[in-house]
Design a protein around this ligand. Structure first.
Ligand SMILES: *[C@@H]1O[C@H](CO)[C@@H](O)[C@H](O)[C@H]1NC(C)=O
Length: 428
């Protein structure tokens, strides 16, 4: 009798668990894998691809992340594709040992969007024998015309964050520091948000947030489990001179893209001190608010809300006017690894959306008045016609331009955001 009671109770608990957590988790699979996807962008973007041209397809290859500041586009790109295929921790490539004579020297490029002139930024004081394997990065203006640049560097001995200084108009970046968060658990850094510098405070020196996408580094089994079970093993770190690396959030299923507001014109709006972090294996972007200089203290870092999407996004980007959050990533993530191995045989769908930030009730008011926001589907490209495995995109409504790049893209695509065709007009 008692045994029956136990059985019934056990079954009930399992059923409840299934209903409340396992079922919603399981039901996300077909959505995120693209099985239920309608392979069309929104009608107003149906002809966007026809307006695209590749900027510098010969030099710019695999620019996983880029950022636009004013008229300059900065892109972190692979320099030697054979080396990238051998060594790129984000894709689980660890095929180069420390003894290997080759040194990885990837590139940070600058494209002048007015003249299209391309500049490879030199690194005159970066140690010659040290790897430079680039991935996520961010720029922040620290004084007029002077930028701090933070870049993830997947060196063979450790994945670290490098800090550089760049002066606008110059053709170089000067290396200032290397930050290594391995002791604190930052083993797989992915992308960075550089915290804007406040004029007076020194507590925010070298302040940035960095995502950690996996818990496991080289363990194949660990990585497979993390990926296929969508385990919440990613995390988010904050770094500053006074705090060192400090984990502000754990339990994020593959924390990847991160962005926020840097321009001081947002300081008096509810968007000030807000960042967005993508937990890509859940297709979720979370908005957080931080207190400058007090991120590591109690109440210094709080969650605002989650936004759920129907694809595995990668990097996030903010339009320069602060009105749109761009999310770009993978429409059929099940193909990504096979595309990486056979780029000429298997396409990897590129997907890019944007979410309006101005429609979120009073810009994320603090009385709970946050509604849903308009989401626009700009690129939904199953065959990778615009490029395969997109990772970063951003648009500019004033210039009517849109840029997109990805893991295996050649060049950065520059397109018209609006093609001036009335909704629904048929070109065919
Ligand atoms: C994307 O990948 C497919 C399959 O490998 C290939 O046919 C296509 O040309 C690629 N797209 C671009 C823009 O290179």
């Amino acid at each position: 009798m008692e045994r029956d009671t136990f059985r019934i109770a056990f079954t009930a608990v399992v059923a409840l668990l299934a209903a409340y957590s396992i079922l919603p988790w399981a039901l996300r699979y077909p959505v995120l894998l693209g099985k239920t996807r309608v392979w069309e962008p929104d009608p107003q973007f149906a002809h966007l691809r026809e307006t695209c041209r590749a900027l510098h397809p010969v030099q710019l290859h695999g620019c996983e992340k880029f950022k636009i500041i004013g008229d300059s586009l900065f892109a972190a790109c692979a320099a030697d594709w054979d080396l990238r295929r051998k060594w790129f921790p984000p894709m689980g490539e660890f095929g180069m040992s420390l003894e290997d004579q080759d040194i990885i020297r990837d590139s940070l490029y600058m494209v002048d969007l007015k003249t299209k002139e391309l500049t490879l930024l030199s690194m005159p004081n970066f140690p010659e024998h040290v790897d430079f394997c680039v991935h996520g990065m961010d720029f922040v203006e620290v004084s007029p015309g002077e930028f701090s640049v933070y870049m993830v560097n997947h060196r063979r001995d450790a994945s670290v964050v490098e800090k550089f200084r760049h002066k606008s108009g110059s053709k170089e970046i000067l290396h200032l520091a290397t930050f290594n968060g391995i002791q604190q658990g930052l083993v797989n850094p992915n992308d960075i948000f550089a915290v804007p510098v406040s004029s007076s405070s020194s507590t925010s020196q070298n302040a940035f947030f960095v995502t950690n996408d996996h818990y496991f580094r080289t363990s194949r089994l660990g990585r497979v489990l993390e990926q296929y079970l969508r385990l919440p093993t990613g995390s988010l770190y904050y770094h500053s001179t006074s705090t060192g690396f400090h984990k502000v959030r754990g339990r994020l299923p593959s924390a990847n893209g991160i962005t926020g507001f840097q321009d001081h014109k947002f300081d008096s709006t509810p968007l000030a001190n807000m960042i967005f972090v993508a937990s890509i294996l859940d297709g979720v972007v979370t908005a957080y608010r931080y207190v400058p200089g007090k991120v590591a203290e109690k109440g210094g870092f709080t969650k605002v809300r989650d936004f759920t999407f129907d694809f595995v996004m990668d990097n996030l980007a903010m339009s320069q006017d602060g009105r749109w959050l761009y999310l770009t990533g993978h429409g059929e993530p099940g193909n990504l690894d096979r595309h990486w191995r056979s780029p000429n045989e298997v396409p990897s769908a590129s997907v890019s959306y944007r979410m309006s930030l101005t429609e979120l009730g009073a810009y994320f008011g603090n009385k709970g008045e946050i509604g849903e926001s308009r989401v626009e589907r700009i690129v939904v490209d199953r065959m990778g016609l615009i490029g395969n495995a997109s990772t970063t995109a951003v648009g500019d409504d004033t210039l009517n331009k849109y840029w997109i790049s990805g893991l295996t893209f050649r060049g950065i695509m520059e397109c018209n955001l609006y093609t001036n065709l009335p909704d629904g007009e048929d070109m065919d």
